[in-house]
Design a protein around this ligand. Structure first.
Ligand SMILES: Cc1cc2nc3c(=O)[nH]c(=O)nc-3n(C[C@H](O)[C@H](O)[C@H](O)COP(=O)(O)OP(=O)(O)OC[C@H]3O[C@@H](n4cnc5c(N)ncnc54)[C@H](O)[C@@H]3O)c2cc1C
Length: 337
């Protein structure tokens, strides 16, 4: 065999949680051919694979054996569709927020509520990114994947992606089996702002442009969420739990102020941040980690901690919520390796 390509890489600054991590081998393919070559090399050498994007939804362990691939194909282009519709093609390595800014700047509607979500386009479908009442699945027309096992390309429809709340087939049946290489978004030159969520409506004037909505979303998010560049975090650490109606009713009887969102299937979505806050944990600091003092859904890393410590801390937070409310919290960021 040839000398070992793909040297090790220190990934300690590759995730927004800033956890120390060393990858045994690292590749940043800038084309499909380079990606397929890296996959073939990993197969030949029996290396396990880890996919990395912007590292904003990942808990990295201290050592990652095998090959870490961070797709670096970063082209995007607009294709005119019928009437007001346009198709936007975006490769995996494009930074999601940069794309949203550029599209809004061109007056295109569809992604404006999803501004300032960190990460790359290739990872956006994994948990069907969502914010301010909009999810990626609403604008996704198709996506391209490459099979990790044989390097073959294929296209998938949104139906095949089985999107749900912070969920998709890429977290289930296809977890660790494909790399997403390109998104095709279906956007419109004419649209209406979706302002029904949170305090968005109060932040824009009458008939706002997509760019004005983007600016409002960014302003709200900057007020509410700690910037990972200043205080390491992975955004929401827990999903908002969806519980049976009977449990929601019992909890509402104890506190009618509890935020709750009835779902089409009769169950009720609760606010994980509120549950953590009401468990008395907001602002809690233990060792190198803490619950953010303004947004209890965000766990923060003060530096010097490890993935194992973070998971133990998160476990303690979840246990307190379970004891107080009988509601189990599920972790949102994925554990790599
Ligand atoms: C401050 C902050 C705010 C956030 N706000 C939101 C929010 O409002 N809404 C929301 O939905 N999320 C939010 N997130 C979570 C995060 O931004 C998204 O999940 C984002 O899509 C992750 O992208 P990434 O490139 O950083 O993925 P990574 O963290 O690098 O990877 C996430 C997962 O995707 C896999 N993966 C990465 N690239 C590929 C690929 N090309 N093909 C296949 N698998 C791949 C990885 O192996 C991993 O399992 C927030 C995070 C932070 C830090």
């Amino acid at each position: 065999m040839n000398p070992v390509p793909y040297p090790p890489r220190d990934l300690s600054s590759a995730s927004t949680l800033g956890l120390p991590c060393m990858a045994e081998h690292f590749a940043a393919p800038a084309s499909l051919a380079e990606l397929q070559a890296a996959l073939a090399e990993a197969r030949a050498r029996g290396w396990p694979l880890t996919l990395l994007g912007g590292g904003s939804n990942l808990i990295l362990p201290e050592r990652l054996s095998g090959l870490v691939i961070r797709p670096a194909m970063a082209g995007w282009w607009v294709e005119e569709g019928e009437g007001d519709r346009v198709r936007v093609h975006a490769e995996a390595g494009v930074v999601w927020h940069d794309l949203v800014m550029a599209l809004a700047g061109q007056g295109l509607w569809g992604t404006e509520n999803l501004a300032l979500i960190p990460g790359h386009c290739g990872a956006a479908p994994i948990q069907n990114i969502g914010a301010y009442g909009v999810e990626l699945s609403e604008v996704l027309e198709a996506l391209q994947v490459v099979d990790l096992a044989d390097g073959r390309e294929a296209w998938m429809t949104p139906q095949a992606c089985a999107f749900g709340y912070r969920d998709s087939v890429f977290k289930g049946r296809l977890a660790g089996r494909v790399v997403i290489t390109r998104l095709v978004l279906n956007l419109s030159r004419r649209g209406e702002a979706r302002l029904g969520y949170g305090d968005l409506a109060g932040r824009v004037g009458k008939d706002p442009t997509p760019l004005e909505v983007v600016e409002a979303v960014c302003a709200i998010r900057r007020d509410k969420l700690p910037d990972p560049a200043r205080l390491a975090n992975a955004g929401s650490f827990f999903k908002n739990p969806v519980v049976e109606a009977a449990l929601a009713e019992r909890l509402l009887a104890l506190d009618p102020e509890m935020p709750h969102f009835p779902q089409p299937d009769g169950r009720v979505k609760l606010a994980a941040g509120w549950l953590i806050d009401q468990s008395g944990l907001k602002g809690l600091c233990e060792g190198h980690f803490g619950v953010h003092d303004r947004q209890a859904l965000v766990l923060v890393h003060f530096g010097g901690g490890s993935a194992a410590e973070l998971l133990a801390f998160a476990e303690r937070v979840a246990r307190r919520v379970l004891e107080r409310f009988g509601v189990a919290l599920e972790r949102e960021p994925r554990l790599a390796g």
